[in-house]
Design a protein around this ligand. Structure first.
Ligand code: 6PG
Length: 247
């Protein structure tokens, strides 16, 4: 397999605001081409804190009018096992920063249920995806947004967890020992079938892990972000100088 991080797919920006602006521009560009080619744009949102500013920008006067939001379909890469009103919910973060501010039809918002039984919720989400993608062998998202934790996880694919070995399901409930909790997550083969995958990584706290993921030995059990290598699509890392200081 080729190196995860080649110079061509890593873009380094001065700070997190510039990363957010670059991500918003990529989002718009891919949305426009997807809507032009397919009549719709399917995008998987990342959770955590890094993408919040990108979502806020997309909902701002500067960006919002560039996209036909009624043709946008929103999905989630992972979710915590909490209600959508919980402060840690990825849905709540994206809804407050962007979704609730835009004319996206309710039926186009494919929330990953965090409340209730995690295994059942994962199965339900996979069924929703299979319906949306007309029972295709794999989901062909137009864009998947991802973050990376300082332990090398992405989505809720955490080091040493069972989900890293899943090669058939699109969505699983993943027990994360260090969190003492389940997470619902897309699997890496489901992510890897996307047309475009965009990582957003900022902050000095991630610089050592980013170096290992992009330049270090292949060790996906410990660095799950290395599993993300789209087989039929593009991979781009948008990082700030602080996160890239060791590259
Ligand atoms: C989550 C995210 C997760 C996130 C990383 C980075 O549910 O937490 O999906 O994969 O992208 O943990 O999080 P930050 O952006 O907060 O650093």
């Amino acid at each position: 397999m080729e190196a995860t991080g080649t110079a061509s797919n890593i873009r380094i920006y001065e700070n997190d605001e510039e990363v957010a602006r670059a991500a918003a521009s990529c989002f718009v560009d891919i949305a426009l081409s997807s809507i032009s080619d397919l009549g719709r744009f399917s995008v998987v949102l990342a959770g955590g804190s890094t993408p919040r500013r990108t979502y806020q920008l997309l909902a701002s006067e500067e960006y919002r009018n560039r996209i036909e939001w009624p043709k946008v379909h929103i999905f989630f890469g992972d979710e915590r096992c909490v209600p959508p009103t919980d402060a840690t919910s990825n849905y709540r973060m994206a809804n407050e920063a962007m979704i609730s501010l835009l004319p996206i039809p309710t039926q186009n918002i494919h929330r990953m249920s965090g409340e209730g039984d995690a295994v059942a919720n994962a199965s339900l989400y996979q069924s929703d995806l299979q319906t949306f993608f007309d029972d295709a062998p794999w989901p062909r998202f137009d864009l998947v947004l991802l973050g990376m934790g300082d332990d090398g996880h992405t989505a809720s694919l955490f080091p040493g967890t069972r989900a890293l070995n899943e090669r058939e399901a699109w969505v699983v409930a993943n027990w994360v020992e260090k969190l003492n909790a389940h997470r619902i997550t897309l699997t890496f083969p489901a992510i890897n079938y996307a047309a475009n995958v965009l990582f957003l990584v900022t902050g000095a706290g991630k610089s050592k892990t980013l170096l290992q993921v992009l330049r270090g030995a292949r060790n996906p059990q410990m660095l799950p972000a290395q599993l993300i290598q789209p087989s039929h699509g593009s991979l781009l890392w948008l990082v700030d100088e602080a996160a890239a200081r060791d590259l």
